[in-house]
Design a protein around this ligand. Sequence first.
Ligand code: FES
Length: 265
Amino acid sequence: MEPARFEAIVVGKRFHGYATELLVEAPNAAGAVPGQFMHIKCDGRDGVIMRRPYSVFDAAENTISFLVKDVGRGSAWLSARKTGDILDLMGPLGRGFAVGDGQRSILVAGGTGIAPLHFLAGCMKERGLCAFLLWGMEGGDEYGELPNIIADRFDLRLSSMDGKRGIRGSAVDLLEACREEGCTALYACGPRPMLLSLTDRARDMGFTLFQVSLEERMACGVGACRGCVIPCSTPTGGYLSACRDGPVFDEGEVDWRRIRESISA
Ligand code: FES
């Protein structure tokens, strides 16, 4: 089935210091689940138009929002949109997180990985489920005001490598403390080195559900270009598309050994 493509009007914009939250009116995306993403058309270098994947940060009946961190031409263009501007969206795309019933969960985010986990924490709260949200950043000054907003709704714990905000260390280092709260499910999103460290630490902790969302560059967003492949752990090897088969995977579906090799190559 063709993914939904539609135009959506920007109805709100807030700069949190860390990133810009863009709120768009998008009733077509009402069924989005945490972990899914929207492929948004951005103006790129030399006028080249391309799409960029943005995880849903929050959703209401007729609106969704994204966190846009200004890291390049496309994201700079997107974060400069104003209320009343029209965006070209495709989605919601990909496979989202599976939420079990009656579990206590730990959600571990690195950097922009906070976006899908914030949405997941909101859905869990609506269902009366308990979740601890752990968020790590390299520098404590990078957080801006966003943690204050999130902490109003969720049990949020922070870390920074320079110790300026939260505990000194990574989000993975926060895991031990929450583990004692009787959590059975673990969800994570962040850069590959963080996920590697997390899988090393958490694999033997006895979580009955352990899912990761992988942040990959995506061109087509629908499994056609093979530009976002992830090595999978089947005996025959092979690859899965992050955009179509993911971006959320069960931890055991991913071949972490080959990911580690690709980082150190
Ligand atoms: Fe083209 Fe995933 S972005 S296959």
